[in-house]
Structure formats: structure tokens, C-alpha cells
Design a protein around this ligand. Structure first.
Ligand code: B3K
Ligand code: ZN
Length: 868
């Protein structure tokens, strides 16, 4: 590689040398040569009269200071150093960029026929030379010039202030954003779209224009996004007292996008996957995903844009908090239990796996080579759990007081995680001194609990010890402040009040030491404890529950999450014991009482269908793999499949009855209807493994009047390798081959095909007319699904899966390093596999490491993995 990338450390933060109060941008848009003129008002802040600007992959055309050519500068690889500057000046920079050649999709690029931008984290430097750091906030004016016929819509942040026509068929629009912002929130879009329009009146009576821009012909797929946007605006006013602050809010859906969406001020750019939906093209999961992402980006307007991050190490300040807010939004609008279960699945599965991987880092990282590598589950999802723990400790009222104080103190500025915690602490009076460690300590703590009942003294004792294992980034760990939510039940399922020293206790215990004992008085009989209720902290709970206790909790726990969790723990016991049995050459066993417990859940008339569906879902292969230091891929797969088959056979009649009972004539996206479909489709996923599986899948596919049921039928056919699989796949492809977004579901089914020859199927599929490695959605659907969700085939002993991954990664390293860097994650965990597999994966990592043009993104990950 040309130059070894260097790391940045959080401890090295320095305030900027200059401020930029205003920037006036002009874009003269052409596919291969766009001229960008940037005129900034700059002021020196410290002693130094040199200004060092960031810039990458752009050509400097001219540089002027106060209107005069300025020759006193040095142009380095990714820096422009301008010397001997006056204290205050106007800086004019002209750069040339090539949007069409930009396959990395960072900076200014073309998505299909449209121009668009992506600047977070450090993409603005691919547009002009600038102080591209989040603590430099300026007021932006942006003029966009382009061909009028090809690009009738010219958009940027803020309000539209002027427009006009030019003589050569080109036109221009000027935008002004009154809110000072860092460069990462800048956006520009130029294209031809269909527009869905609506209005919103804010709490205080201001009118806001809402506009959603989609590709021509897609207007019938934009409604749900608009409804979700309006719901988000309303919810943020009602729950957080936060109102929108511009006259217009625009969302543009584009097909080529590296992540989900981007919260640019007043002009969100979205991956079309999180905008476009109708019942024929999108599943219920897609609908809910759209609601969550539209909410997330909207909520960033306050938590991210009004108060932004001082430096990128503080990313969780806006992301953890905004994920918490979007989770609460989805929970207030839909089922709280189902949302919590799905969020916890992400923490326990992929986030815990990240903690145990070479990429382990605290939610506020200490060291970064490529910032884009730190938009992680740890920063986002664990970051949200950290906010949630504060919410648990402070209560809703205390938390909202903290939010208010946070905005009072930091609105319009760039803040730190420490600023947030201080505001929470000062507003509520709750001591968060030890709690702060969650920001700096990485890894997953284990809470080991033992219990003792004293029938003479009528006391019940819980002994709790916490331990966090060393991670690759951090060898020493300290005791954390862990909110531990506990409830005790008597044998009739009644709640036993928690008392100590004659005082009533709260359910949330404060675990703060490595070992701690909690003694509860007045306990008249040996209780069943329900622990870590609501997953009150992102930790592993280790307690020796008996089957009977777990079955008891599945029925009696007052809180739905706790019931689900008991079911999961019960299954986990059997998964673990059966993996050992398989390894010892014994047969797989599942107790009759376990089957009975799940029969009870399935047939329950008091539980919501959506919740029953969650109860019936087995842990994924990935989650189970996380329980082991050394993963036995094949044994885990065999156990999961056999348990599925056993339950399917034992409950076949009940599954059929529930399946038939929940059939619906018409499609609505109301939560009750979604729940019924979810239950019916989980029944189908079991029935697929019975003798009538093929009939069921085929019949459902034929009758389906919506994408949820269509995909569920195909999924069932795929995972149970049913004979109808290929017919259904062919039919679907014939119907949707013109539509990449809809084909993504089909690509994912190809990637997760359990057939032994899946690799040659995938290679053929790469020639499908709808596939392109240039499109991140297509790549993630087909290749990502194979690497992440087809463990048996990906880890085939031959090493063919690894070689294939290596080839793809080498290609993406050149075209789109961000996508490559996401895709490589499963390879980083190579130490978890047997020696043969380890050396095969290592070979691929080494081959990447030796590339001359290895991108920073992969450089950082590959090196960490090989150091492990
Ligand atoms: N803030 C963006 C993510 C940017 C990712 C940069 N690689 C979307 C979000 O979290 O809302
Ligand atoms: Zn975000």
C-alpha cells in the first residue's frame, strides 16, 4: 500500500485553529467534471496563522484570499496547507470533482440518473478543501446549477431563496440554511423525480412543507414513508417536546447508498429500501424498518443536528441517543414487548459477537483509523442500551429533565458524551460517576448469580458477581454500575414485594461491585426469581435455572419480555446440552415438558399473536455461535434443525390449527394484522419441516396477496429445501426481475440457500440482469447473506466459501471500500473456528493485507484481525 494509514486518538483532541462562520457554495454540475466554488468567512482562533484543510480525490483549480490569488500553500496527499494568512479573511477555493467515477459513494456521486451527496463522516473533503470536522459549524448558502431537462429538481439544505434560468438550457436554484452546521450535514441532490407532498402544522402552529422525492413511477410506494414522517414529528413533540425548525423537510430516495439513510439538515437522503413500500413489494418487516429509519433520521434533527458531536469519538452521543429515541418511537406506536425482544436479539447476537471480536471497542472509541468503521452495533445499539440504562436509573421524568438541560446547555454547539451524562446527572441528582465507565470500557460483562432461601429466617439471598473478560482492545476491566431489575414470585405466581431492613425496595437493584449480596426479608416460601427484566443492562446473565423454574416464568412472569426470555433460556439449555451430545456421538433430546410449554404458548388465547410468534422463534445460528469460544458450525446447525423438526412434528396439529385460524382476507399494515401474519408465518416455518411442508408453502405462495406472505412461503421452501423451491424462485424472478429492490429478497434467498452447490448458484446469480456488485443493496443481499446467514456453506471445509469472499473483497476494496469493510466482518472472527478453517481464512486476510491499494477501511480491520 502506498502509505501506511495512521490512527487518531481521542486523547489528542485539539480545538480548531480557525472558525468558519459562513460558507457560500456553487456547484456547476456535470457528470465527469463538476466545478465547486467555496467562499468561506474564516477567522483565526489561536496563535497559528496557517490553515490546514482536508481534501481527498479532488483537483484544486484556484485559491484566493480576500479576492486575490494566493500562492503561499502546500498541497499534500489529503491536506492543503495555506500559510501566512491574515487574522480574518475570505477564502475562495475552486475544485473539480468527478461524480461519475465516484463508485465509493462518498462525497458527490451519481446514483442512477441523479446527483447526490454523502458527507458523514468525512465525505465533504471530497467536494472541497475544508475544515472537515464536526466542531466547525458554519451557515451554508448553496447554489446548484445543472441542465434543466435532465435535472429539474435542484435541492440542498435549508430554504429555497432564489432560482433562475440560464441561456444554455441550464437552470439554478439557491438554498440557504439558517442553522449553523458541520460539513457532514451538508447535502445536495439534483435529478428528476416524482414528488409526494404533504404539510405538517407544528405544536406552536408553524407550517412545514413535507416532500418525498422518489424515482419516476414509484409514487405509489411513498405513502408509508410520509405517514411515518408525520408520526415522527408528532411523537417528538409529544414525548420529548421537540419541534421541527425549518419551513421544509425533504427526503430523497436513492438506489445507490452505502447505509440506511442520512440526516442532512432539512434534506435527508435515504436508501430507497427505507422509503419505498407497498403491499406487493414490501414485507411487514420492511414497513416497520421504514417507520424506524424515517423516525431515526427525523429525531436526529435535535439529537445530532441541533446538538452535534465535538469529534467523531463522540459518535454515540448522537447515535446511541437517537437509536434510543427511535426504539421508543416504535415501541409507543407498536408493541413494546416485540420491539424490546428484537432490540435485545441484536445486542445478544451480533453486538456481543462484536465485543468478542478483534473490532471490540467501547461505545466511545479511543482509537480510530477509518471513522466509517465505527458506525457499529456497539456505538449504535449498545450506545442505545447505555442511554436506556440511564433512563431506567432516572425514570422518564428525570430523563426528560436531563434532556431539557442538555438542550439548554448545548443547543447550536458541538458537544461530548460527558456533556450529556453531566446534564442527566445535574438535572436528576442521580450520581452517575461510576456509570460513566460504560462509555470507556469495552466488552460484555457477565453477571453470575446464585440464590439461597432460608426457610427459618424467611430470607432470600441473591449473590451477584460481575466479570468482564479482557477484550482485544483492553486487557484491564473494572466493575460497572449495572441496573439489575429483579422480581420474585411465589408458587402461585404472585409477586413477592422486595423488602430489606423493613423497607420496600425498588425492582431495580444497583450492582456496583464485583461481588455483592442482596438479602430480601419476609419471603414466606422459596421464590422463583425473574432477573434482568426488560434486559435492564447489556450483560450476560448466568444463573442455574431449572427447567421447571423457566417453564413457570414462561407462564407467570408479569412482564412479557421476561416470559419470552424464560423461553429463550429454556431452549438455550437444550441447545447447549445437545451440541455436547452431538459432539459425543449421542442423539438429540428435547424433554416432553419443553414441548408442552411451547404448546401452551402457541395455543394461548390471552397472548398477542405477535408475541407468540416471538416466543416460538428459535435463536439464530449466529447467536448460538456467540455462546462458544470455539464454534462447531455443523453441530450447532444440526441441533437447531433437529429441535425445529422435533417441535414441528410434536405440534403439527396445533401449528396447522393456529395457521388456519389466523388467515386474513385483506391486507392492512395495522399492528394486529402484522402480528397475525407473523404468527401464521412462524407456524409455516415449522410446518415446512413436516411431511406436508411442500403443500403448505406452495399453497401460501399461490394465494398470497402481499409480499410478507409471499416471502414467508419462499423462506420456508428455502430453509427446508422443499421441492417447490425452484418453481417459486423462478416465478418470483420472472415477475420482479426489472426491480432491483424487490429482487433483493430473492438474492438473499439465493445467498442463504442451504444446498451444497450454493456457491455455483451464487456465481450464476451474479449474472442476473438485476444484479450489480456496484450496488450496495444487491451486494449485501446476495453476498452478505451468504457470508453472514449461511454458516454451514460459508464455512464449508473446502475453504471455497472463504476464497469466494476473498475475491469479492479484493474487488470491492477498489470500487467501494465501505461496503467491503462491512462485508469482511465474519472473516475477522476466524479465531473462533478449528485450525483448518482458521488457516484458510487467514490466507484470505493475508492476501488482502498484501494488496498495494488496500483501503484504510480494510487495512484497519485486517490488521486487527491478524494481530489477534
Ligand atoms: N448518520 C448516518 C450514518 C452515517 C454513516 C457514515 N458512514 C445515518 C444515521 O445513523 O442516522
Ligand atoms: Zn443515526
Amino acid at each position: 500500500m502506498a502509505q501506511t494509514p495512521t490512527a487518531k486518538y481521542r486523547k489528542d483532541y485539539q480545538t480548531p485553529s480557525h472558525s468558519i462562520s459562513e460558507i457560500d457554495l456553487t456547484f456547476d454540475l456535470y457528470d465527469q467534471a463538476t466545478t465547486v466554488t467555496a467562499i468561506s468567512t474564516v477567522k483565526q482562533l489561536g496563535e497559528q496563522n496557517a490553515l490546514v484543510l482536508d481534501g481527498e480525490s479532488i483537483e484544486l483549480k484556484s485559491l484566493k484570499v480576500n479576492g486575490t490569488d494566493w500562492a503561499n500553500y502546500t498541497l499534500l496527499d489529503s491536506k492543503l496547507e495555506i500559510k501566512d494568512l491574515p487574522e480574518q479573511f475570505e477564502l475562495s477555493i475552486e475544485t473539480l470533482v468527478n461524480p461519475e467515477a465516484n463508485t465509493a459513494l462518498e462525497g458527490l456521486y451519481k446514483s442512477g440518473g441523479a446527483f447526490c451527496t454523502q458527507c458523514e463522516a468525512e465525505g465533504f473533503r471530497r467536494i472541497t478543501y475544508y475544515l472537515d470536522r464536526p466542531d466547525v459549524l458554519a451557515k451554508y448558502t448553496t447554489k446548484v446549477i445543472a441542465d434543466k431537462q435532465q435535472y429539474p429538481y435542484l435541492l440542498s439544505n435549508g430554504n429555497r431563496v432564489a432560482d433562475g434560468d440560464l441561456t444554455d438550457g441550464r437552470h439554478w436554484v439557491q438554498w440557504q440554511d439558517p442553522h449553523p452546521k458541520p460539513a457532514y450535514l451538508f447535502a445536495l441532490v439534483a435529478g428528476d423525480f416524482d414528488v409526494l407532498r404533504d404539510q405538517y402544522k407544528t405544536q406552536s402552529g408553524r407550517d412545514v412543507e413535507l416532500e418525498i422525492f422518489v424515482d419516476k413511477g414509484n409514487l405509489d410506494r411513498a405513502n408509508h414513508a410520509m405517514v411515518s414522517l408525520i408520526n415522527s414529528m408528532k411523537w417528538d413533540e409529544e414525548r420529548f417536546g421537540l419541534e421541527y425548525d425549518l419551513d421544509i423537510y425533504m427526503i430523497v430516495a436513492v438506489d445507490f447508498f452505502n447505509m440506511g439513510a442520512m440526516e442532512n439538515k432539512g434534506l435527508n437522503v435515504f436508501n430507497s429500501k427505507y422509503v419505498l413500500a407497498n403491499e406487493q413489494t414490501a414485507t411487514d418487516t420492511d414497513y416497520l424498518g421504514i417507520e424506524a429509519v424515517i423516525g431515526h433520521e427525523y429525531f436526529h434533527n435535535w439529537t445530532g443536528n441541533r446538538v452535534t458531536c465535538r469529534d467523531w469519538f463522540q459518535l454515540s452521543l448522537k447515535e446511541g441517543l437517537t437509536v434510543f429515541r427511535d426504539q421508543e418511537f416504535s415501541s409507543d406506536l407498536g408493541s413494546r414487548a416485540v420491539n424490546r425482544i428484537n432490540n435485545v436479539r441484536i445486542i445478544r447476537g451480533p453486538q456481543f459477537a462484536e465485543d468478542a471480536s478483534p473490532m471490540s471497542h467501547p461505545i466511545r472509541p479511543e482509537k480510530v483509523i477509518e471513522m466509517n468503521n465505527f458506525y457499529t452495533l456497539t456505538v449504535y445499539e449498545k450506545g442505545s442500551e447505555v442511554i436506556r440504562m440511564m433512563h431506567t436509573l432516572l425514570g422518564e421524568e428525570g430523563f426528560q429533565k436531563g434532556m431539557k438541560l442538555y438542550f439548554e446547555r448545548h443547543d447550536g454547539t458541538a458537544a461530548t458524551c460527558e456533556d450529556f451524562v453531566s446534564a442527566m446527572e445535574d438535572a436528576s441528582g442521580v450520581d452517575l460517576a461510576q456509570f460513566r465507565l460504560w462509555y470507556s470500557q469495552s466488552g460484555t460483562p457477565t453477571l453470575s448469580v446464585s440464590s439461597q432461601y432460608d426457610s427459618e429466617a424467611n430470607t432470600y439471598t441473591l449473590k451477584v458477581s460481575q466479570h468482564t473478560e479482557a477484550t482485544q482492545d483492553q486487557s484491564e476491566k473494572q466493575a460497572l454500575h449495572i441496573p439489575f431489575d429483579v422480581e420474585l414470585y411465589d408458587s402461585k405466581g404472585q409477586v413477592i414485594a422486595l423488602q430489606s431492613n423493613g423497607q420496600q425496595l425498588d425492582n431495580v437493584l444497583n450492582v456496583t461491585q464485583s461481588e455483592q449480596t442482596f438479602i430480601f426479608e419476609n419471603v414466606q416460601e422459596k421464590p422463583v426469581p425473574s432477573m434482568l427484566r426488560e434486559f435492564s443492562a447489556p450483560v450476560v446473565l448466568d444463573y442455574g435455572y431449572s427447567d421447571d423454574e423457566l417453564i413457570f416464568l414462561m407462564v407467570h412472569a408479569k412482564n412479557e419480555f421476561a416470559r419470552w426470555d424464560a423461553g429463550q433460556m429454556l431452549l438455550a439449555k437444550y441447545i447447549k446440552s445437545n451440541v455436547s451430545r452431538v459432539q459425543n456421538g449421542e442423539s438429540i433430546e428435547l424433554a416432553e415438558s419443553v414441548i408442552d410449554a411451547f404448546r401452551g404458548v402457541l395455543l394461548s388465547e390471552s397472548l398477542e399473536p405477535a408475541f407468540i410468534a416471538e416466543m416460538m422463534a428459535l435463536s439464530s445460528h449466529n447467536e448460538v455461535s456467540g455462546w462458544y469460544k470455539q464454534v462447531d458450525v455443523d453441530s450447532i446447525a444440526m441441533v437447531l434443525k433437529t429441535i425445529k423438526v422435533n417441535i414441528a412434528e410434536a405440534l403439527e396439529d396445533e401449528l396447522k390449527a393456529v395457521y388456519n385460524h389466523h388467515a386474513q382476507e385483506s391486507y392492512t399494515i395495522e399492528h394486529a394484522a402484522i402480528g397475525k401474519r407473523a404468527l401464521r408465518n412462524i407456524c409455516l416455518s415449522y410446518l415446512a419441516f413436516t411431511s406436508e411442508g411442500n403443500q403448505y408453502a406452495q399453497a401460501q405462495y399461490q394465494k398470497a396477496n402481499n409480499m410478507t406472505d409471499t416471502i414467508a412461503a419462499m423462506n420456508a421452501a428455502n430453509s427446508a429445501k422443499l421441492p417447490c423451491r425452484s418453481t417459486l424462485m423462478d416465478d418470483y424472478s420472472e415477475k420482479w426481475k426489472h426491480d432491483g429492490l424487490v429482487m433483493d429478497k430473492w438474492f438473499a434467498l439465493q445467498g442463504t440457500n442451504p444446498a451444497d452447490d450454493v456457491l455455483s448458484i451464487i456465481k450464476d446469480t451474479m449474472n442476473h440482469e438485476a444484479f450489480s456488485l456496484k450496488n450496495p443493496n444487491r451486494t449485501r443481499s446476495l453476498i452478505g447473506a451468504f457470508l453472514n446467514m449461511n454458516p454451514v456453506q460459508f464455512h464449508a471445509k473446502s475453504g471455497a466459501g472463504y476464497q469466494f469472499a476473498g475475491e469479492i473483497l479484493r474487488e470491492l476494496n477498489s470500487s467501494n471500500p465501505q461496503v467491503a469493510s462491512r462485508l469482511i466482518d465474519p472473516l475477522l472472527k476466524f479465531r473462533k473456528y478449528d485450525d483448518e478453517r482458521q488457516s484458510l481464512i487467514k490466507k484470505e486476510l493475508e492476501s488482502l493485507q498484501s494488496l498495494d491499494n488496500l483501503a484504510k477501511d480494510l487495512f484497519e480491520k485486517v490488521n486487527k484481525a491478524l494481530e489477534s
